[in-house]
Design a protein around this ligand. Structure first.
Ligand code: HEM
Length: 468
């Protein structure tokens, strides 16, 4: 055991290190200011050009208020995937991985550089996505992709160094999923570099968009879904009142999801011929089946009697939101399966169905998980209580309502009922308001603490239980 090593944890401990005075001397605290910067920036990304911009675009598209340039949707997607999801994952990983390995975060300077590179790269990419409207957008797209790639490689190196410094035997639960998820973020960033190269070669930034769908597949199905599988395995089942998982099913789901993500990513990247098309569809079908197996294996819908006095138990609103997130994942699986199978059979379904599937995963599952689990984890990392639990709870309900409204875009073409688009058009405002409320609860918790709170030490405030 190294000098700084702490007892090894099989699962991610959520409370013990963050109690009161112990917090101040905790070896994990050195990396908290950095994680805070990642998490704050991630939330501001979705509050600006992410969810909010998406809501304006949705209203415009579905209520036919005017044309939306494709670049608006591309910038929205960049801010959501790189700004919101990736930066949030990085910020949480820089706390969760050291805590579950029982050692402080290694290579702190490299970790700091990973923030500057990834966020700087996102800004360069977003500028590049303006295309012919502005000067030098093609090189900006390439530089942005290169910076993001360097940032994600630095992220992987920091996690690997931290994991290697853990005493033997090193924690293995969820490690393959987390390693694969990190590798997928690197693959997604390589695709961004390819976009940039194509844009520079052709002298037109818009040419880069050819690989957008492939990037979305690598980021969503590879990066985000693998990290979700890893985190669900690492967090104590008692924290979410899950029953102990069925490990063989989780193993099969992991293998299937990797194959599915690979087929969808490669299929979307290849030139648009029937083989590429079929590969993409097979990837969707495999991903849908693997996700279903995961939901059964993780037993996310099976009730287990929560242990009310357990210090690990997440508040009821968080547990409900997590189940809602997995219900959205099941909806994504059903829609992706229908889309993929019917495409394979030669019957192309409306693209709105694919948009409904994508947002069931991105908004209903990933955003809900980030904001609900984030509101549970951040107070434990920072040692301060959640400030606006009511705003978080209301926000999570609005996100659920917003998603239900958004799914009307799936029913509208199927039942030839264009008026349903009025509902889906307005749903973005509801969902974005929900995101703003839940994010404000987390942001409020990350404000610098008053000295009385720090001195207060352990108690109902410091252990976050006021929030139940
Ligand atoms: C309030 C929540 C959201 C709203 C209102 C929203 C809105 C939109 C709209 C209007 C589009 C264009 C759809 C079309 O072309 O018909 C879009 C596309 C997209 N969104 Fe969202 N979105 C939201 C959340 C998210 C989240 C959380 C993610 C990812 C984590 C995401 C990722 C994407 C992607 C990848 C696309 C495809 C972009 C393209 O066409 O190239 N969205 N979204």
């Amino acid at each position: 055991m190294t000098e700084t090593a702490l007892p090894l944890r099989r699962h991610l401990p959520l409370v013990s290190e963050s109690r009161g005075a112990a917090l101040e001397s905790s070896p994990f605290q050195a990396s908290w200011p950095l994680s805070r910067r990642f998490i704050k920036t991630a939330l501001w990304c979705t509050l600006t050009l992410g969810a909010s911009f998406g809501a304006v675009n949705l209203l415009t598209i579905h209520l036919a208020l005017g044309p939306v340039p494709p670049a608006h949707n591309w910038v929205h997607a960049s801010f959501q995937l790189i700004g919101f999801v990736l930066l949030f994952v990085m910020g949480v990983a820089y706390q969760a991985v050291p805590r579950s390995c029982g050692v402080p975060l290694r290579r702190l300077e490299l970790a700091r550089a990973s923030f500057r590179l990834t966020f700087g790269g996102l800004l360069l990419r977003a500028y590049g996505q303006f295309g012919p409207l502005l000067p030098a957008t093609a090189p900006s797209l390439l530089l942005g992709g290169l910076a993001i790639l360097a940032g994600v490689i630095a992220f992987a190196a920091v996690l690997a160094a931290t994991w290697r410094s853990a005493p033997l035997p090193r924690p293995r639960v969820g490690a393959p999923e987390i390693a694969a998820g990190t590798l997928w973020w690197i693959i997604a960033a390589v695709i961004l570099v390819l976009e940039g190269l194509r844009a520079v070669r052709g002298g037109d930034a818009d040419l880069g968009a050819r690989y957008n769908e492939s990037f979305y597949m690598a980021a969503l199905l590879g990066g985000a879904l693998s990290w979700i599988q890893g985190m669900v395995r690492r967090i104590e089942p008692t924290a979410l009142a899950f029953r102990p998982p069925r490990a063989p099913l989780l193993g099969a789901a992991f293998a299937g999801s990797q194959l599915g993500a690979a087929a969808a990513t490669i299929g979307a990247a290849l030139p648009g011929n029937p083989v590429a098309h079929r590969l993409f569809d097979c990837g969707l079908v495999l991903t849908a089946l693997a996700l279903t197996v995961f939901l059964v294996g993780a037993r996310v819908f099976e009730r287990s009697a929560p242990r009310p006095l357990s210090s690990h138990l997440a508040p009821l609103a968080v547990r409900r939101a997590v189940r809602m997130a997995f219900a959205s994942a099941a909806l994504f699986a059903a829609l992706a399966l229908a889309y993929g199978l019917s495409d394979l059979a030669g019957d192309v379904l409306p693209t709105m169905l694919w948009d409904g599937a994508r947002h069931a995963l991105a908004l209903g599952c990933i955003t809900t998980l980030i904001l609900s689990l984030g509101s549970h984890l951040v107070p434990r990392f920072s040692g301060a209580p959640l400030r606006r639990a009511g705003a978080r709870d209301a926000g999570l309900v609005l996100i659920g309502l917003g998603l239900a409204g958004r799914e009307m875009e799936v029913l509208a073409p199927l039942f030839s009922a264009p008026r349903l688009l009025w509902v889906s058009g307005a749903s973005g405002i509801v969902a974005a308001t929900g995101v703003a409320l839940a994010a404000s609860a987390i942001l409020g918790t990350m404000r610098p603490r008053r000295p009385s709170l720090i001195a207060g030490g352990a108690g109902p405030h410091a252990d976050g239980r006021r929030d139940t």
